[in-house]
Design a protein around this ligand. Structure first.
Ligand code: ATP
Length: 637
């Protein structure tokens, strides 16, 4: 017997994504979508720095001409030349900016697509992880508008580069001045940067806290307004309760932001003091040079403007570094999500060739399973062979582990211990996408897309075999309902997108899900309480056709109605994560164990009911048993 490995899945290893890493990531992303974006970022930076530099020279050059009594022509030429140059630079800058803004949006959308792809194709187990879902939410938020990091970062790169170019130019201009002055400006600037960096690091350290607080608020916000809760909100008068919970979440979120602001304010105070000291000393020195050393007015004006500009470039560089740091943290969140570890590579592994007509054997080889974060196993050493073409029924009390077993069989979950075997081979060796093609399923939760009936059954846009769709709808007992809809197979389901859409009842939706499973025509059929929402007549109808539906396939059928499992080859009774009994209906009754006891409890009700109402229908029909023939009725629920 395989030892139970009770260690839960390890939390994903945390990687650090530096600003440089994230810059390379954004460049790669731009290369994949709009390669002109980084190029135009550089062009814009050069244009902006040049424009400011030209502006700095305008007044000193004109003043110098006046000082040296230059001819009027030369003066006018300088004025017209500067004006034209500034107009051209401004026009070129605005043109590039307009052109690149669409490109930046496209790059952001590309990132959003990657997030969507990861969400859709991640291993099923990741979708159960609250940390994964929180990261997905945060990543989507970081790409959901023009002002989010994934788009704004290009502006930051541009402005940072503008500041660096300006810094170099102004440093060259000021190189004739006292070196101590330049050193003072640099030192104060670095000090400002370091205090800002500390703040950003605080944000990075506490980002999980922010995510948790925000996630809780967001969840309650959607619960208070969402369509899913619309009925409960009204019938149970839940609004005050949810609103109070939401207010509590809001208070936690506010407390977090207040803490962050308190930490930030000190960095701002330090920055203001340093800026004041830096500019004050510089201006005092220039005034002294003018008064004591006879610095010409045009030079004074040039240096005066250059010192102010130099400090602005440095402050700009620091601001942009801080901004880039913040945006890089957001990008790091997105990358942490995109690089979230996968227990298996959906596209890796041995390919499973299609084998039409082949009937598969499935085996759970001493399988145990524990959900991530749980403190005990849900399944304990389950050993089960489902023979090719066998029809298995699984019954048991709530929480016994029936659905979990199905999820292990179809490869959504991997065992914590033991193996799942397909025709004797560990399914972990196979390509998981190929493996999924072997299964059709009806799960307890439905996934109907707001689109046409035919597309919901065929799960595709083109190449729908409409005759097969009709046959499957018929098999699932939905023909009459669909044909009553204007548009028939092309009628829209759901009202989220289409005003003319139809909201199906729970039972009708379940039948639609069954038709979808039948349309896939996969060799293994998994049905997790597929008739729970059906009326007794529709349910009976499904049981009567069950053999035909599953002919030539291996099938597993979970049900809470024990009588309904008689038509299966073998019944498994699950208790506390183990298969505690198995056999045919008759042999299990004869054994007098848990199954027999549960069956008696269930049938007793109907028996009493029958005794009390002698004119009522048979007990078996009411309990959904198969040996009672009930006229097929495709009722409109
Ligand atoms: N994502 C999860 N994380 C942690 N525990 C889980 C998760 N899903 C299910 N469980 C636990 O696993 C146990 C078995 O659940 P499972 O859904 O397999 O039971 P079931 O027999 O299908 O129940 P039911 O008849 O109510 O559908 C339950 O105790 C449940 O709380």
């Amino acid at each position: 017997m395989t030892e139970t490995n009770s260690t839960p899945a390890a939390p994903p290893e945390r990687r650090r994504y530096s600003i440089w890493d994230n810059t390379k990531f954004m460049l790669r992303l731009a290369r994949e979508s709009v390669p002109s974006v980084p190029v135009l970022a550089v062009v814009l930076a050069v244009a902006a720095a040049t424009r400011t530099t030209v502006e700095m020279f305008v007044a000193p050059v004109i003043l110098r001409q006046i000082e040296t009594h230059a001819p009027l022509n030369s003066l006018l030429l300088a004025i017209v030349g500067f004006t034209l140059l500034l107009v051209l630079l401004a026009a070129g800058h605005d043109l590039c900016e307009t052109y690149t803004s669409l490109g930046r949006i496209s790059v952001r959308i590309r990132l959003l697509e990657k997030i969507g792809l990861k969400t859709a194709s991640t291993s099923y187990i990741n979708t159960l992880d609250a940390a994964f879902r929180a990261k997905e939410r945060k990543s989507t938020q970081s790409c959901s508008g023009n002002n989010t990091a994934s788009e704004q970062v290009w502006t930051t790169y541009t402005e940072l580069l503008t500041n660096v170019i300006g810094f170099v130019i102004y440093l060259t201009v000021l190189s004739g001045l006292n070196g101590w002055l330049i050193a003072l400006v640099l030192v104060t600037a670095v000090a400002s940067y370091l205090s800002g960096k500390r703040i950003n690091e605080w944000g990075y350290r506490h980002r999980e806290e922010e995510q948790t607080a925000f996630g809780r608020f967001d969840y309650l916000q959607s619960a208070a307004s969402g369509r899913d809760y619309a009925k409960d909100l009204r019938i149970f008068g839940l609004r005050p309760w949810i609103v109070e919970l939401r207010a509590g979440a809001m208070r936690t979120l506010r407390a977090f932001y207040a803490h962050r602001e308190r930490t930030t304010v000190w960095a701002n105070v330090i920055d203001v003091v340093l800026t004041f000291a830096r500019n004050g000393v510089a201006y005092a020195y220039l005034i002294w040079l003018t008064l004591a050393q006879g610095l010409p007015a045009s030079r004074f004006l040039l240096y005066f403007t250059a010192v102010g500009g130099f400090a602005t470039w440095i402050t700009g560089m620091l601001d942009q570094c801080s901004e880039l740091n913040k945006e890089s943290l957001e990008l790091a969140q997105i990358r942490e999500f995109l690089d979230w570890p996968e227990p298996y590579d959906l596209d890796g592994g041995e390919r499973l060739a299609a084998r039409p007509g082949h009937v598969y054997e499935l085996r759970l080889d001493h399988v145990s399973f524990r959900y991530p974060g749980a403190d005990r196993d849900t399944l304990h050493d389950v050993d089960l062979t489902i023979r090719p073409g066998e029809k298995i029924a699984v019954v048991g009390l709530n929480g016994a582990g029936k659905t979990t077993m199905i999820k292990l069989l179809c490869g959504f979950l991997d065992p914590t211990a033991g193996r799942v075997l397909l025709d004797g081979h560990d399914i972990r060796e196979y390509n998981r996408r190929d493996y999924y093609t072997l299964f059709a399923a009806v799960f307890q939760d439905f996934s109907v897309l707001d689109t046409t009936v035919a597309q919901n059954v065929a799960q595709r846009l083109d190449g729908i075999d409409r005759d097969r769709v009709r046959a499957c709808l018929n098999e699932a007992g939905l023909t009459e309902k669909v044909m009553s809809l204007p548009g028939g197979l092309d009628a829209h389901i759901g009202r989220q997108i289409y005003e003319d859409g139809v909201d199906l009842s729970g039972g009708q939706t379940q039948r639609l899900m069954l038709a979808r499973a039948l349309y896939k025509n996969a060799p293994i059929l998994l049905l997790d309480e597929p008739t729970a929402a059906l009326d007794p007549i529709a349910e009976n109808d499904i049981y009567e056709h069950y053999n035909r539906m599953t002919a030539g396939r291996t099938s597993v059928f979970i049900s809470h109605r024990l009588a309904s499992t008689r038509f299966c080859d073998r019944i498994l009774f699950m208790k506390n994560g183990r298969i505690s009994e198995q056999g045919t209906h008759e042999s299990l009754l004869a054994a007098g164990g848990d199954y027999a006891q549960l069956f008696n409890v269930q049938s007793k009700y109907y028996q009493d009911d029958t005794d009390a109402n002698t004119n009522a229908g048979t007990a078996d029909a009411a309990s959904g048993a198969t040996d009672t023939t009930v006229k097929k009725a495709d009722s409109n629920e």
